[in-house]
Ligand binder design. Sequence first.
Ligand code: AP5
Length: 214
Amino acid sequence: MIVLLLGPPGVGKGTQSDNITHEFNINKISTGDILRDAVKNETEVGLEAKQYMVSGELVPDSIILKIIDVRMKDPDCSNGFILDGFPRTIPQAEGLDSILEKAELKIDKVLCLKADEENIINRMTSRRVCKTCGKVYNTISLPPAKDGICDNDDTKLIQRTDDKEETIRNRFDVYRKQTEPLINYYKNKNLLFEVDSNGSIDEIKNNIFNLLRG
Ligand code: AP5
């Protein structure tokens, strides 16, 4: 199964792709996570990507398509995968089409998560992450057992650098201009399913599972 998760920053793509991974036994490919790792490890890609990520701009398509092409060929993706946060531009979507065509693979479903902007901003400003294991928490909806400390490894939780209010605003602008056109791109291919993502994590999870089983 190949599933794409589209949606604005902070809507819950990462949270729900983790749920899908566990339920359907397929891997998650998150370009955001891959880039954050590259930045942390100061690789060549990381050093280039960092300048775009801190301001909420998109990393160039050529870099992203190379990352995807390599990652999709890993053996742990042979059972299928969820693409979280990719594609984000029409050229990325076209690039993905040609990578999949060469591999004789097809997208099964594209899920577009939608929620009110106010809800999303609240989720992003209360998001906390573990910089050791990457686990994502929320001070309101998904708190750790010990305040400010990761359940997995006792690391102090931090706020993502791009979760500052002015960067969040720019990420929304970038989403509207560069990523929203993908909704029609996939509607025209009859692959798009909209998911109301205003509810609780569990409600949304159950709706997504039903959609993917249908
Ligand atoms: P990326 O990491 O992909 O960021 P994003 O798309 O902006 O999405 P987020 O990770 O912010 O949010 P999410 O939707 O995953 O929400 P989450 O589940 O964490 O990309 C970061 C940057 O990398 C980009 O700005 C760009 O520079 C670069 N980049 C990445 N991919 C790229 C690409 N393809 N092309 C070019 N550049 C690229 O949830 C948010 C919070 O809400 C969490 O705290 C969670 O616990 C909580 N939450 C989730 N669901 C609910 C709910 N239903 N109710 C209450 N709380 C909830």
